[in-house]
Ligand binder design. Structure first.
Ligand code: X8Z
Ligand code: ZN
Length: 599
């Protein structure tokens, strides 16, 4: 009995006060040995968990959910135990690499489990179930059940407000079954975060940016202030055009925009309604959706084209196994997680993507986005386990978007034979408007998703307030309202993948700023003298080489130093966003004359 207690104490150092006096003080060498051993254990548990996750995401069944939850629980238990044990080196003067690894160990899990029997299993079970429920969500429409993909196509293409409202409400209704599980999941995740010394799960997430968590929150406020005026100009312009199209009864001239009119289920990108809001005086001579379709592109050809862009920067081709093992098209015969993702199964060369690719401009860009994750994973492969990650998670999301900024230019589309004639400067405004409908419209959404979760994890928003708090933030940041009153049992946050799938979201807000910083730095390196939005670094091997140097560093040092390696800058800075969109902002201000902007 006594022995058993001792063993339990050794595993849970923090919970046991008594044995401390008897133990010799750990040394720096002990700390180094500890992290080396921890990394070996992580490699082992991850190899199994990665496979289980891949299989569940590609074949959602009762059994694969069971297997994934078991693997994730084991991974979670191991990491939580290691992170707890790491505390015994607090105050030990370790070398800087070991010190960083000890810190990263505590930040490794998105949702650590409470350190008590059964908790990791319960948490992992909820995480798998929420993600699977979202991914297999369907609702009846015109007499048959439709998937999110079908619903998204209606949101993008329909211009009938009644139809948009019905489909929007149908999809959002699928999330209400998740509310109870989400509340339980949040409580467990918080208990785990507190066990590791964080205030709550939100504080854990905010601690992963090489600065104090409160300073990071303030940093996101600062960045939002930099871009908010531009978002408001875009909102104002788009609202006026929607009002012209749909009339006062559907979209009033003043106040917020109806969330189902913007071409996207979450109103996070608005590019699909370019036809509704396009400039009246000058039109765009091409439509990327149409170019891809007319030129016989299929999903695999889009991925090959994406690979071609990265090859032009000097990167080695994707391995043969990428093509054999990736999921590129939605299978008809089974449930899968269609939300796009990029995987590294073995930290060697087994990289893959998994997405239900459509042949359109949106997925042309998403393919570049996903491949960016894969090229990053490959670049930092030689780093030790705990450094095999993005400099921060915003970097990971920005790599592929940076590539897509060049790959979206008419110059590039012409170089790869998609576009016959490169339009002149007279088409700058249509081009920039299309880009802003995706990149600028996204910014407040990129911010508000985690503002909501930060409030939930901090206990400021209780389960009965989940939906109202969500819409308060949707209104505050995005200036949006739902198409009609929401039912009392609605759980609209759960209708967004990253909430159901427990993926932090501030990373995308950051990425929407970093990608323009990378782009500006890359164009300067390439000697580009023209406007930023017309620059493409396709084929610029020297740029690729320098970018690779940054990527290869992974998470081995604080991100500001890593940013400096490529761009010479040490801060996140939206001035590159402003520079890229400057001509459009000026144009929007003229269009908005006489309007009462804001909401
Ligand atoms: O989730 C993604 C990627 C996978 S990491 C497709 N994105 C966010 C979203 O879809 O909500 C990319 C941009 C924002
Ligand atoms: Zn991504």
């Amino acid at each position: 009995m006594k022995l058993k207690l001792m063993a339990a104490c050794a595993l849970a150092v923090l919970a046991c006060a008594a044995p401390a006096a008897a133990q010799p003080k750990p040394t720096a060498a002990d700390a180094k040995a500890f992290v080396t051993n921890a990394e070996a254990q992580l490699d082992k548990v991850n190899a199994f968990a990665n496979r289980a996750q891949w299989v569940r995401a590609n074949f959602i069944t009762e059994d694969t959910q069971w297997l994934e939850a078991k693997a994730n629980a084991e991974q979670n238990e191991l990491v939580t135990r290691l992170a707890t044990e790491a505390a015994k080196f607090n105050g030990v003067a370790t070398d800087p690499v070991t010190a960083r690894k000890l810190k990263l160990l505590k930040l490794y899990l998105v949702s650590p489990a409470p350190n008590r029997p059964g908790a990791a299993e319960e948490l992992a079970g909820l995480v798998t179930k929420l993600d699977s429920t979202y991914s297999s969500g369907k609702f009846p429409y015109k007499g048959k059940p439709i998937t999110l993909n079908d619903a998204e196509a209606v949101m993008a293409e329909s211009r009938d407000p009644a139809e948009l409202k019905a489909v929007w409400e149908g999809w959002h209704g699928t999330a209400k079954v998740m509310k109870g599980d989400y509340a339980r999941f949040a409580a467990l995740s918080n208990e785990g975060a507190v066990g590791l010394g964080f205030k709550d799960t939100g504080a854990l997430w905010r601690s992963n940016y090489d600065m104090d968590p409160d300073a990071f929150a303030a940093e996101t406020d600062r960045l939002w202030t930099q871009v908010e005026p531009f978002y408001k100009n875009l909102h104002c312009y788009v609202r006026a055009r929607l009002n012209e199209k749909y009339g006062d009864a559907v979209q009033p001239k003043t106040g917020p925009i109806r969330a189902d009119l913007l071409g996207n289920m979450w109103a996070q990108t608005w590019g699909k309604i370019y036809d509704v809001v396009q400039p009246k005086t000058v039109s765009s001579s091409y439509n990327l959706d149409k170019l891809l379709q007319d030129n016989g592109y299929d999903p695999v050809k889009i991925v090959k084209t994406g690979e071609g862009f990265y090859s032009s920067l000097g990167y080695a081709p994707l391995p043969q196994t990428f093509w054999e093992r990736s999921l590129i098209v939605r299978p008809k015969d089974r449930e899968v997680v269609c939300h796009a993702s990029a995987w590294d199964l073995d930290d060697k060369n087994d990289i893959r993507i998994k997405m239900c690719t459509k042949v359109d401009g949106e997925d042309f860009r998403t393919v570049h986005h996903e491949l960016g994750h894969n090229y990053y994973q490959r670049a930092y492969q030689a780093q030790p386990t705990l450094f095999r990650n993005g400099a921060n998670d915003g970097f990971h999301e920005a790599i592929g978007d940076f590539a897509a900024l060049s790959a979206s230019t008419p110059t590039y589309l012409n170089q790869i034979g998609l576009l016959q004639t490169v339009p002149g400067a007279d088409e700058d405004i249509p081009f920039l408007l299309k880009m802003a409908l995706d990149k600028i419209a996204f910014l407040p959404f990129g911010l508000m998703v985690d503002r909501w979760r930060w409030e939930v994890f901090a206990g400021e928003v209780k389960p009965e307030q989940y939906n109202d708090a969500w819409w308060a933030l949707r209104l505050k940041y995005q200036g949006l309202v739902p198409p009609g009153p929401r039912p009392a049992d609605a759980f609209d946050p759960g209708a967004k993948y990253h909430v159901a799938g427990n993926t932090p979201y501030t990373r995308y807000f950051l990425a929407h700023i970093y990608q323009f910083q990378f782009h500006r730095a890359a164009c300067a390196q390439a000697g580009w003298k023209g406007p930023l939005h017309r620059c493409s670094v396709y084929g610029q091997k020297a740029v690729g080489e320098k970018f690779e140097k940054m990527m290869a560093l992974g998470q081995s040092q604080p991100w500001p130093q890593t940013l400096a390696v490529f761009s010479g800058e040490t801060r996140t800075d939206a001035s590159a966003v402003a520079e890229y969109f400057k001509p459009l902002d000026a144009w929007l201000k003229v269009q908005n004359k006489g309007q009462q902007c804001g909401w």
